[in-house]
Design a protein around this ligand. Structure first.
Ligand SMILES: Nc1ncnc2c1ncn2[C@@H]1O[C@H](COP(=O)(O)OP(=O)(O)OP(=O)(O)O)[C@@H](O)[C@H]1O
Length: 754
């Protein structure tokens, strides 16, 4: 075998087979041309020549694939993965990861997201080498549409550094299937596809314009002549699977080279997985690994012929602009934000003041629900409900719904509670009074039917009933007096509370009290404030109160000095805004009535002019009087119009002034609310902090930076290895190898797959 001086052509000379006689048609040499032939070169040269540009393409948004093909023992795994014991002999995959992350670090004007996957095709089965749960890992399927090949179910791990990516690679390597045979004491028994997925965005803002590209780095299993390797049992089956899938690969390559209409990609898992790389949107490089010894001449020729056919294939690699729905959503969100700003500017220019279009925070929702409650019980006016935008009106409806829902829940809870209490009381009574009829229907009474109780009947002395009594309101007490002994008065629905139906206002207040109690109960639908989980962990009797965000907020506003002061400021600002709004409303009415007055007087004046007595008109027309001369009535009307106009102007000026002062007042109110909520948050955090155990606090103070002696030793070891390798950038390689226990694994031996 001879490499020509152009560094691209190989000529293989075949020795004459003496047994065939002197005259025969035997081919005596074969010359094939390639993009390059490498012999006795470093791994670095292999990477630079074969993979560097492919990796650059991926960073530019173009798919790429580098795969190694050749007979068993020819050095495919050495080229792709390299020698993990020797940093200088690391292969294409570690070098590609270094290359990618070096560029990612350098290109600070772009935002990158990198993921990796590692899949093995063993005996026509797909295996996920990065899956947490290997049992579920072989549940993979290759899906292909016209433009993209995807492996459904394959684990893709996001990696933020070279070290993380290498750690994933080394972890995957540990799961690969290898076996010993005469030609290789660590022969790969599977095809391995390590893939890197790169998402590139111009900047965090322009998030929807992403480039999505993938790099497949493929170490194919080696073809083997079974008569040379003499496999048996499981290894024979493996060898036959490997050879079969490589034959299918050849068939696909031949069909692509002939430009057949049908290319049998689906014949095997390998060809289905490499569909993109061989005939689609991908920049593909093939490394043909040779074992150039006379004993392996046939295999070399076969590899060279295959490589020569692959070289003729055409792919159509393009930059992959993203059509990711998540990114499209981000774009829509940005448009919404811009439109909101536009709306705010229009409101400002049209003098509408500050209008709320944003979603309400949890605190604001809570405040709105409390305002709705106040409106329902009559202590707030309709004007106080926010109606300045459709968004706010919808939020108000939501608050009504939340209140109503909670109200219904309170009522249902009351019924259930009552029912349970009834049942409990009934059972107790059965034991105590031998079936006396607590809760029996009183058929003799008219109107509402309520149960009649025996004289001896008493409410059960359960703690919950006692608690119910303790916090029952006056109306509840009345209900208790008139109601059933076993029914908690606090929770009884109004219609069952009393024979005499309470006034709607009383019903409303009672229900509102129930609503407020419901609001302050743990688990209330209005109280999903996210604090419960943390606070539940906190111990101590006082922690019970911490479950309830509302109660805490109320406590902060009414019992904590800062909270009281901030709540008072909010109240003052609210009053000021309410007063201003009222004044604007009043003065607006004045402006409108002045306008109407002017219109009416002007019409009267016109009418008066139209019906001026003919005598006056004739005198005018005779030239004895000026056409501008008015009669007395007209003069009076004219004066009234003047006065009305003056009033209109004054009122309008006041209106403008008031409107001008509304915005700052609304801003101050918003600031006061914000201060109150911020103060509450700080206070709440302090409360939680006090409840954290000392151990947790110490752990939190120590942070992640402190290293224990073991970690410090580990770091020193890595620095030493990097120094030995003579390359400071090798630290990531050694760190990942050390983390994954790489050096200790892959002992040559039996197949790891079962
Ligand atoms: N360029 C090289 N320099 C040094 N050693 C090499 C080189 N190429 C291969 N080897 C060694 O040859 C042996 C076989 O190589 P390797 O396992 O990479 O072959 P392979 O083609 O992947 O075989 P298989 O298909 O059986 O997996 C290994 O011990 C490897 O370290």
């Amino acid at each position: 075998m001879r490499i020509h001086q152009d560094g691209e052509t190989i000529t293989v000379s075949f020795p004459k087979d003496a047994a065939s006689g002197l005259i025969n048609n035997q081919l005596d040499s074969l010359s094939l041309k390639f993009d390059g032939v490498l012999e006795n070169v470093s791994q670095d040269t292999v990477y630079t020549t074969c993979a560097h540009d492919a990796v650059d393409s991926v960073l530019a948004g173009v798919n790429a694939c580098v795969f190694c093909y050749g007979q068993t023992g020819a050095g495919k795994t050495f080229s792709m993965s390299g020698d993990e014991q020797n940093y200088a002999h690391r292969g294409i995959i570690p070098r590609a990861l270094h290359h990618i992350f070096k560029e990612v670090d350098l290109r600070t004007d772009k935002v990158y997201r990198v993921e990796v996957s590692y899949m093995e095709i063993y005996n026509e089965g797909l295996y996920d080498l990065l899956a947490d749960n290997p049992a579920a890992a072989d549940n993979l399927a290759i899906l292909d549409d016209a433009s993209n090949t995807v492996v459904r179910g394959l684990t893709r791990v996001e990696v933020r550094s070279e070290e993380e990516a290498l750690a994933q690679f080394f972890t995957g390597e540990q799961g690969r299937s290898t076996a010993v045979h005469v030609l290789n004491n660590s022969s790969s028994r599977s095809h391995a596809l390590f893939s890197v997925y790169v998402e590139t965005r111009a900047s965090a803002e322009a998030s929807e314009r992403a480039l999505l590209s993938k790099l497949h780095l493929v170490d194919l299993a080696g073809s083997e002549r079974t008569k040379k390797t003499n496999p048996s049992g499981e290894q024979l089956r493996e060898a036959s699977c490997i050879n079969k899938s490589l034959t299918f690969l050849e068939q696909v390559v031949n069909a692509l080279a002939r430009k057949d209409n049908h290319v049998p990609f689906r014949q095997s898992k390998l060809t289905a997985a490499l569909r993109d790389a061989l005939g689609g949107n991908c920049r593909t490089v093939m490394l043909a690994n040779l074992w150039p010894e006379a004993a392996h001449l046939d295999e070399c020729v076969s590899t060279l012929r295959f490589a020569s056919r692959v070289r003729c294939l055409e792919t159509s690699a393009v930059v992959n602009q993203s059509a990711d729905p998540v990114l499209a959503l981000r774009k829509a969100e940005r448009q919404v934000k811009e439109l909101r700003q536009e709306l705010a500017m229009r409101d400002m220019l049209s003098g509408r003041g500050r209008v709320g279009y944003e979603d309400l925070s949890e605190g604001e929702q809570l405040e709105l629900q409390q305002l709705v409650l106040r409106y329902l019980n009559g202590s707030a006016q309709l004007d106080e409900l926010p109606m300045d935008s459709l968004k706010r009106i919808k939020e108000t409806y939501k608050a009504f719904k939340a209140v109503a829902g909670s109200w219904a829940a309170a009522s249902a809870h009351g019924s259930a509670h009552g029912g349970a209490a009834d049942a409990a009381a009934g059972q107790g009574d059965v034991a105590e009074f031998d079936g006396a009829g607590v809760g029996d229907v009183d058929t003799s009474s008219s109107g509402f039917c309520i149960g009649t109780a025996p004289m001896q009947a008493r409410p059960p002395a359960s703690p919950s009933a006692a608690a119910g009594r303790a916090d029952s309101s006056a109306s509840n007490a009345a209900a208790g007096a008139a109601g059933k002994p076993g029914l908690s008065p606090r929770m009884a629905p109004p219609s069952r509370m009393s024979m005499s139906s309470p006034s709607p206002r009383t019903q409303l207040q009672t229900a509102t009290q129930q609503q407020q109690q419901q609001l302050t109960r743990p688990g209330s639908p209005l109280l999903q404030q996210g604090q419960k989980g943390q606070l539940a962990a906190a111990a101590g009797g006082a922690a019970e109160l911490l479950f309830d965000h509302n109660a805490l907020f109320s406590k902060y506003k009414h019992s904590v000095a800062d909270g009281k002061r901030q709540a008072e400021q909010v109240k003052q600002q609210q009053q000021q805004v309410a007063e201003l709004k009222q004044q604007i409303k009043d003065i607006g009415l004045q402006v409108n009535s002045s306008k109407e007055e002017i219109d009416s007087l002007s019409m009267q004046l016109e009418a008066r002019k139209a019906v001026t007595p003919a005598g006056n008109r004739s005198s005018s027309s005779s030239g004895g009087a000026d056409a501008g001369v008015l009669d007395n009535d007209q003069y009076v009307l004219m004066q009234q119009v003047k006065a009305a106009k003056a009033r209109y102007r004054t009122a309008f000026d006041s209106l403008r002034e008031l409107r001008g002062s509304l915005d700052p007042a609304v801003d101050s109110l918003a600031a006061a609310k914000e201060a109150l909520l911020a103060g509450f948050d700080a206070w709440l955090a302090a409360q939680q902090g006090q409840q954290l155990g000392a151990t947790q606090q110490i752990a939190a103070w120590r942070g992640d930076d402190e290293m224990d002696p073991g970690e410090a030793f580990e770091r020193m070891e890595l620095a030493r290895k990097a120094a030995q390798a003579g390359d400071p950038s090798s630290t990531a390689f050694f760190a990942a190898a050390s983390k994954t226990g790489r050096a200790a694994v892959r002992s040559p031996g039996s197949t790891m797959r079962s």
